[in-house]
Design a protein around this ligand. Structure first.
Ligand code: RB5
Length: 146
C-alpha cells in the first residue's frame, strides 16, 4: 500500500509534519506537493494516484480540508472524508470505505493530525453487507451520471 499525500499553499508545513511522521513508521509515502497549486489540482492528482493501485490511500490537506475534499469527491471511485478527530477517521474507513482522508491545516494541530492519519491508515473497512450496499448505491449513482 502506498500513501499518496498532497496539499495546497495553506498546508505546506502541516503536510511535511504528517509525511515525516508516516515515513518514520516505515510507510511508503508519495508526495505530490505542493506550495503553489490550487487545491482542485492537488485533489485530482492525489485521487488519480490513489486509484492507480488497489489498496492505496490518500491524504489531502488545505486550509479547512473542505475545498480539497469537495474536489476529490468529483473523481469517480473516490470517497474522500473530511475528518477532525479519530472517531470520524475510524468511521470513514469502517463504514464508508473512504480511500482519502482530508485534513484542515488551519483547523487541527499537528498531534491530532498524526492521530487521525494513524487511525485512518490502520482501520480496515468492516465489509458488512449494509455498508457494502450503501457504497454500491454511490457507485450506481456515479454510473447514472455518465
Ligand atoms: C486557501 O486560502 C483556502 O481557501 C484553502 O486552503 C481551503 O481552505 C479551501 O477550502
Amino acid at each position: 500500500m502506498k500513501i499518496i499525500i498532497g496539499n495546497d499553499h495553506a498546508g505546506v508545513e502541516f503536510k511535511n509534519t504528517i509525511m515525516k511522521h508516516l515515513e518514520e513508521q516505515g510507510h511508503e509515502v508519495v508526495n505530490v506537493g505542493t506550495d503553489t497549486l490550487d487545491y482542485p489540482d492537488i485533489a485530482k492528482s492525489v485521487a488519480e494516484k490513489v486509484l492507480a493501485e488497489e489498496g492505496n490511500l490518500g491524504i489531502i490537506i488545505c486550509g479547512t480540508g473542505i475545498g480539497i475534499s469537495i474536489a476529490a469527491n468529483k473523481v469517480e471511485g473516490i470517497r474522500a472524508a473530511l475528518c477532525h478527530n479519530e472517531f470520524t477517521a475510524r468511521m470513514a474507513r469502517l463504514h464508508n470505505n473512504a480511500n482519502i482522508v482530508a485534513l484542515g491545516a488551519r483547523v487541527i494541530g499537528d498531534e491530532l493530525g498524526k492521530a487521525i492519519v494513524d487511525t485512518f491508515i490502520t482501520t480496515e473497512f468492516s465489509n458488512e453487507e449494509r455498508h457494502i450496499k450503501r457504497i454500491e448505491k454511490i457507485t450506481n449513482y456515479e454510473n447514472q451520471l455518465k
